[in-house]
Design a protein around this ligand. Sequence first.
Ligand SMILES: Nc1ncnc2c1ncn2[C@@H]1O[C@H](COP(=O)(O)OP(=O)(O)O)[C@@H](O)[C@H]1O
Ligand SMILES: [Mg+2]
Length: 285
Amino acid sequence: MSNKEKFISDITSGYTFQGSSMVLGAAMLDTQTIEGLQVKAPLKTFNRHGLIAGATGTGKTKTLQHISGELAKNGVSVLLMDIKGDLSGLAKPGVTNPKIEERVQKIGAAWAPHGFSSELMTISNQDGVRLRATVSEFGPVLLSKILELNDVQGGVIALIFKFCDNYDLPLLDLKDLKKVLQYASNEGKAEIEKEFGAISPATVGTILRKVVELESQGAEAFFGETSFDTNDLLRKDENGNGYINIIRLNDIQDKPKLFSTFMLSILSEIYQKCPNEEISKYPNW
Ligand SMILES: Nc1ncnc2c1ncn2[C@@H]1O[C@H](COP(=O)(O)OP(=O)(O)O)[C@@H](O)[C@H]1O
Ligand SMILES: [Mg+2]
């Protein structure tokens, strides 16, 4: 068996799966694409972790777009964190050209330019659906983490949440939180301490400064009503294709706290509402 024959036979047997799979491209040997020798990945493995690595210009972004589109076509909703702003092109059909035609021919998979049902979302002031969460929903643990509070300060936040909960005081945005903190160290101090224990004004002062720091990164645009609903991310379009949800984050790289706040809240929400066993709903996979 020649080198090439062995290569073809190895790839062919290596990429034979039961259930549906996604074509990623065609195999290359010594820089030559072997026509129709497809490289695939089983759909049922897409709930695992993956890494796409390569130098600039080697096709990482295209690969991500391709995988997103293929998942959407298989009825799976996709959530993309678009940090560089290069993924949103999925929303519009592209245009074909001789280079692409040649590539399609070599891979041996049908292809036509095609836009996907997409939703562009933002957590700052860009165009798109604004994603928000209330301070209450965010909860004392995540909030303490994001404000980088120590145990004592975190304890005060937990107490403030409890106090608001007991008295049905809504904690919607950071203004609400600041108001309650101020109340707790001034006119409300005696009342709160009677029920919940001592609160040091110095500790409250430190927390307030950290809240202001978070605000200065634009966090007030994120905290408040109406809060995002994970179910919206699972929508399908009228053809049964999954929506591709693209969160535009290209303007918040210089706001690390806002970014990590946001990631923590959305991921904890998704992990709670979308357990891994969802995959069993797709019997043909
Ligand atoms: N599989 C491929 N075959 C041919 N051209 C490709 C392929 N993937 C990407 N390209 C082209 O290569 C260029 C760089 O791709 P891109 O995905 O932006 O790379 P990266 O994100 O790794 O920097 C783009 O012009 C794209 O159209
Ligand atoms: Mg790229």
